[in-house]
Ligand binder design. Sequence first.
Ligand SMILES: Cc1cc2nc3c(=O)[nH]c(=O)nc-3n(C[C@H](O)[C@H](O)[C@H](O)COP(=O)(O)OP(=O)(O)OC[C@H]3O[C@@H](n4cnc5c(N)ncnc54)[C@H](O)[C@@H]3O)c2cc1C
Length: 458
Amino acid sequence: MSDLLPQLASLVGERHVVSGETLRDRPQDFWNNVPTPARALVKPGTTSEVSAVLALCNGNGIAVIPEGGRTNLSQATRSDERSILLSLERLDDIETPDEAGLTVVVGAGVVIQTLQERCAASGLRFGLDFGARGSAMIGGALSTNAGGFQALRYGVTRDMVLGLECVLADGTVLSHLIPFRKDNTGYDLKQLFIGSEGTLGVITRATLRLHPAPVTRNTALLSFADFTAVARTLSRLRRDLRGTLSSFEIMWPEFFDFNVEALYGERRPIGSGASFYCLCEAEGFEPDSDGALFEDVISAALGAGDVADAVIAQSSRQRDELWKIREDFEAEQNFFNVMIDFDISLPLKVMDKFVAEVDAALKSEIPASLGLHVLGHLGDGNLHVTTGLPTPEHASSLKDLVYGLIARYQGSISAEHGIGILKRDYLHHSRSPAEIETMRTLKRALDPRNTLNPGKVI
Ligand SMILES: Cc1cc2nc3c(=O)[nH]c(=O)nc-3n(C[C@H](O)[C@H](O)[C@H](O)COP(=O)(O)OP(=O)(O)OC[C@H]3O[C@@H](n4cnc5c(N)ncnc54)[C@H](O)[C@@H]3O)c2cc1C
């Protein structure tokens, strides 16, 4: 269809259509510095424009790839020379938050950090937070059902959505932007679009849940000799910190020591030689007593012999330095030449055994692998297991090996990053043939011409 670009321009305005030629200068996504192949990138400014663009493309059998901040880790926004990229970045308005109802209505193009800051200015908290907060957008986070650092306290993205507006492949607009939790009026359609990676509809707007913003924050780095003590301490903190625990991030020593060395050299924040390190944070509402309570609970865990050593951050600068160990992956990316990352969920009680088994299997069956870095959101049962290879040669057998082990432990092959293209061939390790066939039935029902983000997820 040679006159597609002028037609798109007539729908959204000429300056909001970027040609395929110009896109060749743009990296494909956060992780791939290769040019973006596409016919064009279109930036609608309203839901009606999104609807018109989708109807036009669907009518002509042209694939549309929705995109937000392009920070996904599953090749979920990959395009080809024939497809149209649909950026939601111009749908970036934030309505005034409802302070009593604890809700806010936002466009899909709002950047996570912008929303966090807007809510904080009103004494409110939007409970989603992760490393890509400065680029990832609400539409992308909803479409991947992102998790992050505070899922322990506020849940995953799915738990934060009250109402949704989205557009189907043929341009039909479904709008149900309700501001309340209780709504048993038939099928909960929004759940189909949350976590479906842009394959069933394009999210344009959402009503999100908010919380009162805590006023205190206490952070500690803890070290442990064994995993049982880590699990006991998580339970203790959940119970004794009176519901204020917001993060509990675990790091196995191979990753922790590597990143401490890369970031701070000899200046270690805590003694060496432990079997596990955990970063925990509590956020509360009692300025006069939260600090003392936090110290008391950590002291009790030290006294009980569960925590081997503890450092409590004395300033926001020290807190940021501790979090950098958990959040900074630059050195790791350089070290693992061909980096292979597994984002998995497992029952907490088998995690340690699983990691030991992966480690042993890699050493014996893939000797070229360059080590094993493990960290994760322990409170949510979510681990990030990363390894690397000098060349891609053994990548596929390495993945088969680890995904096979995840399946044997009955874990999830994608805790929070989604399936995209990268994990599509491994979906059967976590979902049954009947479930995958039901997903296909849904896709066919909502997008019979297969024009919305084709080839992703299933
Ligand atoms: C440093 C770093 C740290 C990260 N940490 C975490 C973490 O802790 N937890 C976590 O869950 N993820 C994490 N991620 C992954 C990533 O940031 C999330 O998946 C994020 O939610 C993607 O948002 P995005 O706007 O970049 O979406 P994109 O990457 O642009 O798109 C993601 C998917 O959503 C679809 N999509 C985008 N917008 C829409 C829309 N409006 N309607 C329909 N479909 C749409 C796309 O087609 C694609 O399938 C991290 C990424 C990085 C780079």
